[in-house]
Design a protein. Structure first.
Length: 235
């Protein structure tokens, strides 16, 4: 099927985010600089996508497709995180990256390799979100665009920081009420989209809820070992 004939799925967060999870938000002027870089990059790249004159074509070229992955084209796992379907789509993902990225960047640390590890964590969560979609829909020709697999990963990581007293205090356990509450809320939101469709929650088009859940799980599970390695000076 030609690239421009493939249906486009907005792999984004055009829906109401869990209110409890949003407590991770920090004022922009107080956010560590790595948490400001990601939303700025998301917005700037989408502006270039629009200025290029064919934003949908760019999404088809740089988006992620399970069919393309089966053909050996892995680049979409990375590039799909920087192309979007609309200004509202990109704006919500940029807001999410800032809200949840600030505590995660601070926990990982701003010295040495800390910022690089933060960016790698973000991209890995997004890539695993896309892989999760491909696992559920092997060989599908739909094209995913957007950063919300990565943003969901930041949300999962940030949920383990809510209520804690700073990086030195460690992370909340998986069984803490806050972590369970945020996870259940996120699963319910995405389950509603899976059953009744994304428009029921205000989304403008199809949303890859599978990528959200896999990205979220990646962030939730990987942040603990990552911080342990970071503090043990292994990375």
């Amino acid at each position: 099927m030609p690239a421009h004939d493939r249906p486009l799925v907005r792999h984004g967060m055009d829906f109401a985010m869990n209110n409890q999870a949003l407590k991770a938000r920090e004022p922009a002027f107080n956010s560590p600089w790595p948490a400001l870089v990601m939303p700025a990059a998301i917005l700037a790249i989408y502006a270039l996508q629009r200025l290029g004159g064919d934003p949908d074509g760019a999404a088809q070229v740089f988006g992620f497709s399970p069919a393309a992955l089966n053909a050996g084209r892995w680049s979409g796992l990375l590039t799909a995180q920087f192309v979007h379907g609309s200004w509202s789509h990109v704006g919500l993902n940029a807001l999410g990256a800032l809200a949840f990225g600030a505590p995660v960047a601070r926990w990982i640390g701003l010295r040495g390799f800390g910022p690089s590890i933060f960016f790698a964590f973000y991209l890995v969560c997004g890539g695993l979100g896309c892989l999760g979609f491909a696992l559920v829909h092997p060989g599908a020709t739909v094209v995913l665009v957007g950063a919300s697999g990565a943003v969901s990963g930041l949300m999962g990581a940030a949920s383990r920081m809510l209520g804690m007293q700073g990086p030195s205090s460690g992370l909340a356990s998986f069984t803490s009420p806050t972590v369970i509450g945020v996870a259940v809320g996120w699963v319910v939101i995405n389950a509603i989209m899976a059953v009744v469709g994304a428009p029921a929650l205000g989304a403008a088009g199809p949303v890859a809820w599978e990528a959200h859940l896999f990205g979220y799980a990646a962030g939730l599970l990987l942040i603990g070992p990552l911080l342990w390695l970071r503090r043990s000076k292994a990375i």
